[in-house]
Design a protein around this ligand. Structure first.
Ligand SMILES: NC(=O)c1ccc[n+]([C@@H]2O[C@H](COP(=O)([O-])OP(=O)(O)OC[C@H]3O[C@@H](n4cnc5c(N)ncnc54)[C@H](OP(=O)(O)O)[C@@H]3O)[C@@H](O)[C@H]2O)c1
Length: 278
């Protein structure tokens, strides 16, 4: 199967390296002519969209760069969807679980078809694309959260949290990148439609991730745990971050499984420690 991956970023590069039959393409996804030319050239069986504005150094950038953000996060996915619909090519779009803020309406976490309540501009643009793409035939949406990776890097939750002097004391669903790349081929092969929460079973407290970091990577690491509401109150961020727990029942129903987060985190942290020479 030939897969064309758009978005030369953290996840696009990783997915293109690990997904069988994948080629990475740098075309601007909001430029319809460029997208059509890319699909004409490669004639893929499926497209994965890993392009989007995520903000540098973080999503607060999207608050002050709204035009660039909605162009890449709303217009771009709609262009890709239109071109893929015309060609009957399957599209898997990388989305975000950050469209949910706070406790889910029912026990067990936010479900795939729950309505979101995004507040930040980044989350709003991700949700705007979800609302349309989730109703199209031949389109799947993989919602991820806070990627945790064995390779150190600025997009990796381990590197991010370990680098902050203050960390909010919250609990979340997260996505281990090694597990993400294991399940993505299954979604593409099945041409899975609708929304999938691609998060590891179980939940992760930031404090537990940092405790494991101290155990396996840096025993001298020190951090101040602060309340969620202090993030904005202390001027550490422009907008509050999404903290939420997701149900991944639709992924389970397909028989696509990710490791429980405690098992996956220890494995990933062990590899991370090796990567930084511990
Ligand atoms: N990392 C996360 O925490 C996370 C969590 C959940 C979901 N996601 C989603 O997963 C996707 C990939 O994230 P990532 O972590 O790989 O982010 P990333 O490292 O920022 O990569 C995104 C890439 O897309 C490119 N891009 C932006 N606008 C584009 C456009 N119009 N056409 C083509 N390429 C464009 C960016 O280039 P420039 O840098 O030049 O703009 C960047 O290379 C995003 O849609 C993101 O919303 C990420």
């Amino acid at each position: 199967m030939k897969v064309l991956v758009f978005g030369r970023g953290f996840l696009g590069e990783r997915i293109a390296r690990t997904l069988p039959g994948a080629t990475l393409h740098a075309a601007d996804i909001a430029d319809e002519a460029a997208v059509r030319a890319a699909l004409d050239e490669h004639a893929p069986d499926a497209v994965v969209n890993a392009a989007g504005k995520t903000g540098r150094p973080n999503v607060d950038w999207c608050e002050t760069h709204q035009t660039e953000t909605f162009r890449s996060n709303v217009e771009g996915p709609l262009v890709l969807a239109r071109v893929c619909q015309d060609r009957e090519t399957y599209l898997l779009h990388l989305a975000s679980g950050c469209v949910f803020y706070g406790a889910s309406p029912a026990p067990g976490g936010w479900r795939e078809d729950d309505f979101g309540n995004p507040t930040s501009f980044y989350s709003r643009t991700k949700y705007a694309a979800d609302l349309v793409l989730s109703r199209l035939p031949g389109v799947g949406i993989a919602r991820l959260r806070m990627p945790v990776d064995s390779a150190p890097g600025p997009r990796n939750l381990i590197t991010k949290l370990a680098g902050y002097k203050q960390v909010i004391d919250v609990v979340n669903s997260v996505t281990v990148v090694d597990d993400l790349v294991q399940v993505l081929p299954g979604l593409v092969e099945r041409r899975a439609e609708g929304i999938y929460h691609v998060t590891n079973p179980g939940t992760l407290k930031h404090r537990d991730l940092l405790a494991l970091y101290r155990e396996l990577v840096d025993p001298a690491h020190d951090v101040e745990l602060i309340a969620d509401e202090d993030l904005v109150a202390r001027g550490l961020a422009l907008k509050g971050r999404s903290n939420c727990i997701l149900s991944s029942a639709r992924l389970d129903a397909l028989g696509l499984t990710m490791r429980p987060i405690d098992v996956a985190l220890r494995d990933v942290m062990t590899k991370y420690a090796r990567a930084v020479g511990r």
